[in-house]
Design a protein around this ligand. Structure first.
Ligand SMILES: [Zn+2]
Length: 463
């Protein structure tokens, strides 16, 4: 986790920050990255927005001005030009803010993925009009609720580790930013006003020598995946496995609220209890002498919310059974609520993701089961795309199976206002529909576990 950060301009210290105490003043805050100590000049890159149909491109402006940011510090404004906290000045759908505001990774990705990355990134946070769901807000919430926890990884951060592969990202106040660009004669307030009124990028270089030093403390911590196993009855097929998964971790507590417990009833209590119910049904069948031919693994993992860590540990470090013999993963993450934006005229839906993108056969089994057992759900493919901006195709534990060429279906009813909030409570769960979704998943698992051949990989493949 982060320990201490210090900032020097032209050799003199202007700010320092020790993490773990009060860290919400917002003047200087580490968002991302490992230990580093870099001295370099500075490039101001507007909002750090690349053109995606908004008619605004800071990267093109940098190129036109002949400014190269590789090896230098980049400074950018958080979020996007906005009229008020909810309304973008860009021509967006319904004037809503774009992913440049709502997704921290959207902004940082171009800098992380380039062959010639910057030395580090300063995000000017406190000029943002957003109080909720912005890049700035995410940084503040992360820092205040987790007392300086930077990130968790399965491997110890080192010179080779995740921490140092990415440039350090620091959230800074406008006051501090103005000290850093003082030699240009500009202020970030002026620059912001100019961009917001013209919707034209403002980019420039500053000759200030900027040194930021960020020190980390490495803390080792432990968690467990919980796994149950029902051995198949067929002497040949029992060495093949169906994995039904969910995650039992959630996002912890926020001590500043009276009821600050993030219950995670939907995310992913709905998945874990469904896995238990499905396991019970399989065991009952086995007790009655009708057990499945293939073996079935019920896998409730930890660390999903910290980057799919539990499932990555299972697939990348210690698969309990061979991945080559794992024929299908059915993953359940959030099937208890109604997504207010879900399409169609029925609330009896579940989003299916993966499915025919990887195996038409698995997809067809799922559809047939839904008809035969009369659960009659709308198996909705709204997010069933590799290119969907939400990236649900890769965003829960199924992806660690998918990347190993194992067919999967991810079952999900979508996000809602209480997503990752303290109000994701059990009394808001749609239990009757959740039970029917679990029945379809059971039926699909049952068919896969009992048919002669494993689901064939067709579709577009895994990538
Ligand atoms: Zn989840």
């Amino acid at each position: 986790k982060f320990d201490k950060a210090e900032l020097f301009l032209n050799g003199s210290e202007v700010a320092d920050h020790t993490f773990g105490g009060d860290q919400t003043d917002g003047s200087f805050l580490t968002m991302f990255g490992g230990s580093s100590d870099v001295t370099a000049s500075l490039v101001f890159a507007g909002y750090g927005i690349g053109n995606d149909g908004l008619g605004y491109d800071d990267f093109a402006a940098l190129e036109a001005a002949g400014i190269d940011y590789s090896g230098k510090w980049v400074m950018m404004l958080a979020d996007e030009p906005m009229k008020d906290a909810e309304t973008s000045l860009f021509p967006t759908e319904n004037n809503e803010v774009s992913a440049w505001t709502t997704s921290r990774f959207n902004k940082l990705r171009p800098f992380f993925q380039t062959e010639t990355p910057p030395a580090g990134i300063f995000v000017v946070g406190d000029l943002s009009m957003r109080q909720n769901g912005s890049v700035y807000d995410a940084a503040m919430a992360g820092a205040s609720s987790s007392a300086g926890v930077g990130s968790l990884s399965l491997e110890k951060p080192s010179g080779e580790g995740r921490g140092s592969r990415f440039p350090t990202v620091l959230n800074i106040s406008a006051d501090l930013a103005n000290k850093m660009i003082a030699s240009s004669g500009k202020t970030v307030q002026d620059v912001k006003a100019s961009i917001d009124s013209s919707l034209k990028p403002v980019v420039f270089e500053s000759d200030m020598s900027v040194r930021a030093s960020v020190a980390n403390i490495i803390v080792e911590t432990f968690s467990e995946n919980v796994l149950a196993f029902i051995e198949g009855s067929d002497p040949m097929l029992k060495d093949e496995y169906v994995v039904i998964s969910s995650h039992y971790d959630h996002v912890g507590m926020n001590d500043s609220e009276e009821d600050g417990i993030f219950n995670g009833a939907d995310d992913d209590g709905s998945g874990t209890v469904s896995v238990l119910e499905i396991a019970e049904a399989f065991q009952k069948a086995k007790n009655d002498g009708n057990g499945p031919r293939r073996s079935v693994i019920f896998l409730n993992v930890s660390g999903e919310e910290k980057g799919l860590l539990g499932s990555a540990f299972y697939t990348d470090y210690e698969p309990v059974v061979p991945l080559e013999k794992t024929v299908t993963n059915l993953n359940i993450d959030m099937i208890g609520r109604i997504d207010p934006t879900h399409p169609g005229d029925t609330d009896d839906y579940v989003y299916i993701i993966g499915s025919n993108l990887v195996s038409q056969e698995l997809h067809d089994i799922n559809i047939r089961v839904n008809e035969i057992i009369g659960t009659d759900l709308d198996l909705n493919e709204r997010f069933n795309s590799k290119d969907d901006p939400n990236q649900f195709y890769r965003r829960s534990d199924h992806w660690n199976f998918g990347k190993n060429n194992i067919p999967f279906i991810f079952f999900f009813t979508g996000t809602h206002d209480d997503y990752h909030g303290v109000d994701d409570e059990p009394d808001k769960i749609e239990y009757e529909r959740m039970a029917r979704i679990a029945q379809v998943i059971f039926g699909t698992a049952w068919q896969v576990a009992n048919q002669d051949t494993k689901p064939e990989v067709t579709g577009q493949g895994f990538n």
